[in-house]
Design a protein around this ligand. Sequence first.
Ligand code: UFG
Length: 323
Amino acid sequence: MKVLITGGAGYIGSHCSRFFNEKGIETLILDDLSEGHKEAVQGSFIQGNVGDGNLLDQIFRSHAIEAVIHFAAFTSVGESVKNPSKYFQNNVTNMLTLLNAAVDHHIRYAVFSSSAAVFGEPCTIPISETHPKDPINPYGETKLIGEMMLRDYERAYGLHSCSFRYFNAAGDAGDALIGESHSPETHLIPIVIQAAMGKRPPMKVFGNDYDTRDGSCIRDYVHVEDLAEAHYLGLSYIMEKQCTDSFNLGSETGFTVLEIIKTFEELSGLKVPFEIVGRRAGDPAVLVAGNEKAEKLLHWVPRKSDLKTILTDAWHWEQKRKF
Ligand code: UFG
C-alpha cells in the first residue's frame, strides 16, 4: 500500500511517515519545504505545493496512491490573527484543491491533521469530541472548515476520512534522528530546553494570573510518536468501517507552564532561566483532552505521552539535532 503524505517534511508528518514505513506502508511525501526540512523526509519525496492541481494530477496518475494523509498547513495561531488571508489560502483553498484532485482520481481515504483549536475557549474539561466547536482564531477556523469539507466530501463523493484534533504535540523520535524544528520556535517545550541549554535568552512565561493551581496555563502534551501511531490506526479504522469520524488526541493529563519548567530542571539538572510576563493573547487557561473515543474505537493508547518521556526525548533531540 502507498500513501501520499502532504507536509511530510514537517514535525508531525515526518514522524507519521516513519511510522507508516515501519509498518510496511510506502510513503510519498509532498512538501514545498516552506516550513519542513528535507533532512526530515522519510520516504520518497516530491517538492511542491499542495495547491498545485496540475502537480497533484501528475502524482495521482503516476503513483498507485490509496490514501492521503494531509498535514501541509500553516499552524501559528498568532500569525493567523495578523494574516488570515495566508491561512485561508493555504489551509482551506489548497486543501480544497487537494480534495478535488483526490476525488477526481478516485482516492477513497483521507486522514486530516486538525487541532484542539477547533474548540476555542473550553466550556468543560476534559474536552470530548461532542464539545461545541467554536474556534477563536483563523487558524482554528481553517481546521474546522477542513473537517466540514471532509464530512461533506464523504456524503457527496464517498471519500472516507478521519480528522485528528491534536492537543499539544511534543517530544521527538526516541533515536533523535528526526524532531521538532520550527523557525521561529514558539512552542513551550523546545523553548524551555533551549533556554536551559543557553541556546536562547531567558524564556518568558506568559501569565501567572490564570485560575489554575499555580497561575500559569495548563496544557495537555502528547508525544509525536503516539500521534503517528494514531494516524496509522485511524487509516486502518476508516478502511475497515468505510466511515468518516473525528477524534481528540491528548494524554488526558494537564501540566502548567511552571510545572514543565520544574520537571525539566529536575530531569536535566539544568536551570531554566525565565521571567514572568503578561498573558499571550488568545491563550485559554486550560486545555485537556478526553481520549475515550480514540481508545474505544481505534484502540489507541498514548504510550509515550508521560511528561518525563516527552522531555527526555525532546532534550535528547535538542542535543543531537542536525536540522
Ligand atoms: N508559553 C509560554 N512561553 C513561551 C511559549 C509558550 O509561557 O515562550 C505557554 C503558552 O502561553 C501556553 C503554553 O506555554 O500556555 C503552551 O504554548 P504553545 O505555544 O507551546 O502551544 P499552544 O497551546 O499555544 O498551541 C498548541 C498548538 C497550536 C494549537 C493549539 C490548540 O501549537 O497549533 O495548541 O489550542 F492551535
